[in-house]
Ligand binder design. Structure first.
Ligand code: SS9
Ligand code: ZN
Length: 343
């Protein structure tokens, strides 16, 4: 299987993440991508290719032009205001307030985000664009005949809404790849999000559409991020009614239970008969993940890959979460190797 990787991921190098009232070293750190790349090479998974440049148009098929423009300039605006630290949103429109775009950078950061753990500094926009190009290059390979391709995306994307960043995400790489399939004539596309956290952005982007089926298996939002979306009664709206599926699990869920949800998801996908499949691959479902609470083992990712291959679809994997950096390479590449038949 070919892997798409961009060294420009390292332009995303923030030094802070607001967590527990402290500014900690970010969980979403450059070594995540480097560790996965090393494992890809160590396992000779296949060719490693740089992304092609697709520009901002395919990104704007999913994200609003004003949001993209904001991400491009917000760091410079922040610095121009003489702020001493990294750009961190700290104020939002609460209940009864107005969702309008203010002029001030603090207001604009709040308007275009939903969480405060995702700092911005120089290079974030460049890295986010490169990550989208990685996903679009993998999509193009699959559209040109590859059975599957691994988009080694960093920063991740599945928490990003059309005009909101958060959860370490800026551009929704999985949604951008799915929309590219649609724009190239693939009538129906399924997105399966197996990250520990709900793919709130992906759900929101396609929530009123029936041409893209969105499914997510994740930790109970009553207990974990993103807290305010991802419940099982969210099934889509308008034309999209019945085309969103959330499967929620409690702490300490092992693969033997989680895979029952995977089975439900695979059956829904088979029923939908998509022309292409995008897997939003987070491996923060791992038993040792520092910010999650499922109990999947490294071998379970081989089994997961095998099951996904049985769907028999052209498949793009977009890398999402996974924060046990020592294990992320084995866990992510196990999915690809399982997909290719390794047991
Ligand atoms: N105390 C940890 C809070 C983490 N909040 C953001 C999680 C984003 C996961 C992206 S896959
Ligand atoms: Zn996650």
């Amino acid at each position: 299987m070919k892997t798409i990787f961009s060294p420009l991921h390292s332009r995303r190098h923030v030094k802070t993440e607001l967590d527990g009232g402290l500014l900690i070293e970010p969980h979403e750190k450059p070594s995540r991508a480097e560790t996965i790349l090393a494992r890809v090479k160590d396992q000779a998974l296949g060719e490693v290719l740089p992304p092609e440049e697709f520009g901002l148009e395919p990104i704007k098929r999913v994200h609003t032009a004003d949001y993209v423009a904001f991400l491009e300039t917000c760091w410079d605006e922040w610095v121009a205001e003489g702020k001493p630290g990294e750009a961190i949103p700290a104020v939002w429109a609460g209940r009864g307030m107005r969702h309008r775009l203010p002029k001030d950078i603090d207001g604009r950061l709040g308007y275009y985000s939903f969480a405060a753990e995702t700092s911005i500094s120089d290079g974030t926009f460049e890295a986010a664009c490169a990550s989208a190009n990685v996903a679009l290059t993998a999509q193009r390979l699959v559209a040109n005949g590859e059975r599957a391709a691994f988009a080694l995306c960093r920063p991740p994307g599945h928490h990003a809404h059309a005009d909101l960043f958060g959860g370490y995400c800026f551009f929704n790489n999985a949604a951008i790849a799915a929309q590219a399939f649609r724009d190239q004539g693939y009538g129906r596309v399924a997105i399966l999000d197996v990250d520990f956290h709900h793919g709130n952005g992906t759900q929101a982007i396609f929530y009123n559409r029936n041409d893209v089926l969105t499914i997510s298996l994740h930790g109970d939002p009553d207990l974990v991020f993103p807290h305010f979306l991802g419940f099982e009664d969210e099934t889509g709206e308008a034309d999209g009614e019945g085309y969103n599926l959330n499967i929620v699990y409690p702490p300490n869920t092992p693969y033997s239970i989680w895979s029952q949800g995977l089975e439900t998801a695979c059956q829904r996908i088979a029923e939908f008969k998509p022309d292409a499949l995008v897997i939003a691959l987070g491996v923060d479902t791992f038993e040792e993940d520092p910010i999650s609470f499922f109990k999947l083992t490294s071998d379970d990712y081989l089994t997961l890959g095998q099951r996904l291959e049985q769907l028999g679809l052209p498949t793009v994997f977009t890398m999402e979460g996974g924060y046990d950096v020592d294990a992320i390479g084995v866990n992510a590449v196990n999915v690809m190797q399982g997909f290719e038949g390794k047991t």
